[in-house]
Design a protein around this ligand. Sequence first.
Ligand code: NAD
Length: 484
Amino acid sequence: MKDFLNFINGEFVATGKTFDKRTPVDNSVIGRVHEAGRSDVDAAVMAARRALKGDWARMTVVKRTEMLYAVADEINRRFDDFLQAELADTGKPHVLASHVDIPRGAANFKVFADIVKNVPTESFMMDTPDGGKAVSYGLRTPLGVIAVVCPWNLPLLLMTWKVGPALACGNTVVVKPSEETPGTATLLGEVMNKVGVPPGVYNVVHGFGPDSAGQFLTQHPQVSGITFTGETRTGEAIMAAAAKGVRPVSFELGGKNAGIVFADCDFDKAIAGITRSSFENCGQVCLGTERVYVQRPIFDKFVQALKAKAEGMKLGSPNEPGVTMGPLISAEHKRKVMSYYAKAKAEGATVVTGGGEPPMTGALAEGHWVQPTIWTGLPESSAVIREEVFGPCCHIAPFDTEEEAVALANATDYGLATTIWTQDISRANRLAAQIEVGLCWINSWFLRDLRTSFGGAKASGIGREGGVHSLEFYTELRNVMVKL
Ligand code: NAD
C-alpha cells in the first residue's frame, strides 16, 4: 500500500491519521494519505519561514533560477513517474496528461525562472526642492511564506503554476494539494531534494479543507499570502481567513463559460474546438464551455456534428489505447453531475445525447463514469445554464445577432473565459472587448502563452497571474529614494 506522506522541511513525514485515496477509474484504494494536523501544518509553515532567511535568501537570482531549471529537468527525467501518479489519482487519459499536465508542470518552472531574470523595475531621476537631484527606483522583495491551495482537476499543472513563480521570486511555499490528488505534489518533494533546493523552501501538507489542513494553513498567522484555485464558495471561506492580518490573496475560481459560434466560422475547426472545450478532462476544466451559443443558420448542423463527436468519445482507463475520456474524480462529484443531468431533464431539456451513466463492465463498473451530454431547448434561467456543473456536458442555444450573443455570454455571475468562432476578425475583436471575462480565445481554446495574464473577472477570481502579473502577487514592491 502506497503512503502519501507530508513533506516538511525536506523530510517525508507520516502522521497518526490517514485516509484512503481511491482511483476514480474503478474506486479501488491506491494508497493512504497522511492527513496533516494543526501541529504538522504549523511545522511546515515555520520551516518555510525559517527557510526564507537561510540559504534560499542568500542565493543569487542566477543560482536560484538555475535550480528551478534543474527542477524542470528532473520532472522531465522522471516524466513517467509523474505521469503514472497523475493518471492513478485522476483517471484522465494518458494522451491528455502526457501532452498537457506533465509538460506544463515542468514548463512552469522554466518560464518563471526566465521572467524573474528579465523584468525591469521602475526608476526616475527627479529635481528636489533644494535644487538638487534624487533617483528613485523600485525594489522587489519576496512576499514571504505562500500558502498554495490546489484543486484536483489539473493537479501538477495548477500547483506548479503557483509554485514556479513563487519560488522564482524568492518565496517559500506550503502546498495543500486536493485530498483527491496527493500524488504529484508529494513526488515533487523528491525532486526538490534531488536538485538541492534547501529544506523548508517547498513543503506539502495533505488533508481536506474545513477543520483540516486547508483551513489550518490559510488561518496560520505566519502565512504571508494565499494563492488559491478552486470553487468560488471555497474562495469566500479562504478570503475570510485571509482577512485576519489583511493578507493578500490571488484567486482562480469557478466559471460558466460561453462558446460563441458564428455562421461564418470554419465549421470543422469550431466543432473540434468546442468538442475539446466541453468534454476534455471529462469536462473538469474551469475554462470549459458549458454554454454554447450557435448562430441560427448553422444551429441544427452544429448540434448534429457535436453529437457525433460526443458519441465518438472512447471512455476507458488511462493507459488503454485510444481512450479520450476518463471518469469524474469522485463518487461525490459524480452525484453532483448526475443531479444536474436529472435537473436538465426535469426542466424539459431535449437530451441530444448522453444524460446518464455509460455501461462500463468489469472493475470499471465501480468507477465514476458519466456520459458526455448535450442538451438543447432550455430557458436561460435553468440550473445547468446558470450553475457550474464541472462535467462533460453543454447546453446549445441559437442566437441571431452579435448583440444578442454578447448579452447571452455576459448574463452570468462568472467571468472566467470565452471562446469565439468566426472568420470575421473585426467582429471577433469587437466581441473580445465586450465580453466580461479574464480570458478570451478567438478560433482557439486553452492556447496559452505563460508570459500573459491569466485569471477571472466577476465571481471567477481576484487578481491575475502569469508573466509579470505573477510577480505583482509574489513580491512586495518597495520604493527606494536616493538623494544625490
Ligand atoms: P474546492 O474549492 O472544493 O477545493 C480546492 C482546494 O481547497 C482543495 O485543496 C480543498 O481541500 C481546499 N479547501 C476546501 N475548503 C477549504 C477551506 N474552507 N479552507 C481552506 N481550503 C479549503 O475545488 P475543487 O473541487 O478541488 O476544484 C474544482 C473547482 O475549481 C471548480 O469550481 C473549478 O472551476 C475551479 N477551478 C478554477 C480554476 C481557475 O483557474 N479559475 C482552475 C481549476 C479549477
